[in-house]
Design a protein around this ligand. Structure first.
Ligand SMILES: NC(=O)c1ccc[n+]([C@@H]2O[C@H](COP(=O)([O-])OP(=O)(O)OC[C@H]3O[C@@H](n4cnc5c(N)ncnc54)[C@H](O)[C@@H]3O)[C@@H](O)[C@H]2O)c1
Length: 116
């Protein structure tokens, strides 16, 4: 049996380059997947829930029932950091903090994986 199947997994940035591949694989493995992204996921699946939201918003509600969080939401590239440096910093630093357990009391132990 695969180690991570039949779990409820949150993927921030699940519409991105890495995120959309990961989400498809997690769904294929039988997990229930919730995606938080500012851009919509381009496919549907009975076990996929999409929440259009920024990781800079309060995402505690979305995190509350998840066994695992993959944090992939990010602002990438020189153009973004040159044109919108503060937003880039906020998404990449504050977003990582908000998607962590810090300052929260999760209902159950949760695994976190961040990608920078
Ligand atoms: N692509 C690579 O080869 C690679 C290699 C090593 C590490 N990484 C890291 O993996 C992570 C994801 O990379 P990627 O290539 O999938 O990037 P990507 O730009 O394709 O995806 C990032 C996703 O985050 C979303 N996003 C941006 N701001 C957001 C916000 N405020 N709230 C919610 N979602 C938001 C975007 O809409 C996008 O879907 C990054 O941290 C990156 O540095 C990527």
């Amino acid at each position: 049996m695969k180690p991570y199947c039949k779990m409820k997994i949150l993927v921030t940035g699940g519409n991105g380059f890495i995120g959309h591949t990961l989400v498809r694989q997690l769904l294929n493995d039988g997990n229930q997947v919730k995606v938080i992204d500012i851009k919509p996921v381009k496919f549907t699946h009975p076990k996929l829930e999409f929440v259009k939201k920024s990781v800079l918003d309060d995402i505690r509600w979305e995190m509350r029932d998840c066994d695992m969080v993959y944090h992939l939401a990010a602002e990438l590239g020189v153009i973004n950091s040159d044109k919108k440096p503060l937003n880039t910093l906020a998404v990449n630093i504050d977003g990582a903090e908000r998607s962590s357990n810090k300052g929260r009391q999760p209902e159950k132990p949760r695994k976190h994986l961040w990608c920078f």
